[in-house]
Structures are given as structure tokens and as C-alpha cells.
Write a protein that binds this ligand. Sequence first.
Ligand code: MTE
Length: 403
Amino acid sequence: MHPARRRSLLKLTAASLAAAPLAPRPADALPRAGAEAATAVPTAAPGIVKPLPTAYFTVRGTNAESRFDAFRGTGPLTSADRFFVRNHTTTPRIDERDWSLTVWGSGLDGGPVRFGYGELRSLPSVTRTAVLECAGNGRTLFTTQQGQPVSGTSWTLGAVGAARWRGVRLRDVLLRAGLSAAAVEVMPRGLDAPFVSEGVDHGRVRRPLPVAKALDDVLLAYEMNGEPLPYDHGYPVRVVVPSWIGIASIKWVGDIEVSDTPLSSPWNTRFYRFFGDAHPPEGSAPLTRQTLKSAIELPFGATVAAGTTHRLTGRAWSAHAPVERVDLSTDGGVSWRPVSLCDTPRRDEWVRWSAPWCPRSAGPAELLTRTTDRAGNTQPARAVHNTQGYLFDAVVRHPVTVE
Ligand code: MTE
């Protein structure tokens, strides 16, 4: 049995013995959708194991998008029960006793090396907070905001979360496996079923990483926020590649090819590159680093009362550098003012922000937020189009109705 299931059975028993009083609602005027989760009807996505209450998730095919408004009132880390799931196929339920990781290929000095689960856990561990974000997060805004067609999962802004990951440095495992000086790339591969799309079998999910990145800050993680990884997030072991697009962070990793020549897979040739008019005919180089964004913890189209001071909240993040500032416009982009940051900005993390807003007159309004990071990047007014809708970075025009 997955260790978290054992624990949640215990928790349920404890909860039925002593029903805790509900936490008081903070004195702010905006709705807190996440607070209604206990009563919300769960939805289902084929192949996702965890419950997907509608207050926390929107199901999109085999994936579950986090509702950004469900992050309101929560801490800087995204709990597993609200963390988005991006599955090419279905979540495999792997028993850690049957699991092992094989490191193999021309980039090793010797033959293949296997690591069992216990062996991996006995290696020195590190803990690191990192945002994990799908390259397609915000994709629908290319269409709704810029009028441009894109293909792929119709994410709004909730294909992102931040967690505290604990595991072993990929560097330590590669060195133990006999990494050769000639190695140039490594390619972790998942144990989930092969991905078949439009009749083409692309094989199991895998994507190359340059050795320099693999040796830098990449983890083989077995814990998320202090608990064993949930099934949907890669149990027993996943790769976590801080600051890179989510596809690099292979879940349910079963083997890692180490090569002395460059590697390729559909996930760095056909997918996860820029294609379209603004890019070379063969596509851009494979995408690596994520971009920067900000989002408001309020549903799109929310209704807010006129003449009342609301506390707007949200999150801002950049894969390039810590967040420097976040600006807010409540008049559709005419004037801007800085918001208060609630967390110390750090590399690979996001910051929560808050700002008071008292809408004066009734009618439709647009709220805009704009992140600037310490490397000098600022969200542009328009994102550069690409046919698969990757790396949307533009300022989002968040519609609300004032009544
Ligand atoms: N790893 C495997 N084996 N299979 C997958 O479908 N999806 C990738 C990545 N790793 C995927 C995978 C993508 S596109 C993303 S964005 C992240 O996992 C999502 O991680 P999460 O589901 O834990 O949020």
C-alpha cells in the first residue's frame, strides 16, 4: 500500500473521533472557492488517482488544472490535494518494492547500474522548493486575449504549483553510476504507458537534458511537501528540474540513458519547441527554461461589490530570477501601482502578493498584474505566438464584473 494511504486512513479515524471546529473566515470580501472544497462534487479524469473536487480542479482530458482561486488563503506551497496533474496517459500505481532505476548508455565508463528504492533513500538527500509549471500554462490566453489559434490542452493559468521536494541529487546518482567525461546528455524515461496520439506511438515519456543541467540542480525526488510522492505526481521517484518547463520533470522514472552523443525524443523535436510564423521552419531550439507570470486568486468573470474595499491576492513567479516587483492596474492598463509582496522573493519560488481595491462604479472591469524579476525581465503586453501555445508570458487581462 502507498504510505500516504496508510496515513490518511489513520487521519480519518482521528478526525471522526474529534471533529475540529471550522477555522474562522478571514475578514475579506472576496469569495474563497477553496473553502467550499469539502462539499464540492468530485470530478474524474481518466487515469488520475486522487480526488478532483470541483472547488480545486478543472478536468481537461487526462489532466487536472488547479483553480487559481483555490490557492487563496493558502501558504506558499501548493498542497498535493490542489496540485495540477499533467498526464500524457494514466497514473501507474507502482509498488516501491518492485521499482528500480537503471542508469545506462554510452556516457558511462562501465555497464548499466541499478538502484533500488531503499538504496536511493540511503544516499544523502537534499530538500529544495521549486515551482513546477507546464510549458503550455496560460495557452488559452493566446486565443482569448490575442485572437490566435493554438493546439494542446486548454490550460488557463493553473498548470503550475510550488512544492518542497526532497530527494537525491541526480549528480550523485550519475557519479555513482560511472559518468564518463565524454557524456553530453541524459534522458530520464517514465514507467507510464507509451503515449499514442493521432495513431502515432511516441513511446514512453522521455526528454533529453544536457549533462551540465543534470549535474547542477536536478533532483530525483521521493517526497513532496514532507510526504511520499502521491501516485499522480510520480511515486515512487520523479525527476525535478528546477526552472525548466514541466516536461523535463519526468514522473515515475524507471531508467536514465546517459549518452556521449546528443539524444532526441518526440518531446524535444515535435513537441516543446516553438513552431509558427515567428520561428524557423524546422522550429526553434528545444525549450528549456520557463518564463515569468502573475495571476490573481479570483475566478475569471468573478462578480465583486462596488463601494467595498476588497483584498486582491495572487502569486507571481519567474524562472529567470527572484521576483523584483508586481504592479497592478485596476483600470484596464491605464495606470499602475505596486502591490505588497507577502513572501521573500527567492530563486525557483513564487511570491504571494496582495493589494486593496475599492471599485467605485458598476460595470465590467479588467484587472491586470505585471511581474518584473531581478534579472530585469518584465511581462510584455503581448506574447510571441507559437502554434502549440507554449510559454505564454504576457500581462493577463483578468475580467470581473462590478455590481
Ligand atoms: N512524466 C511522465 N512519465 N509522464 C507524463 O505524462 N508529464 C510531464 C511531466 N512529467 C509527464 C511526466 C509534464 S508535461 C508536466 S507539466 C509535469 O510532469 C507535471 O507534473 P505533475 O503532474 O506532477 O504536476
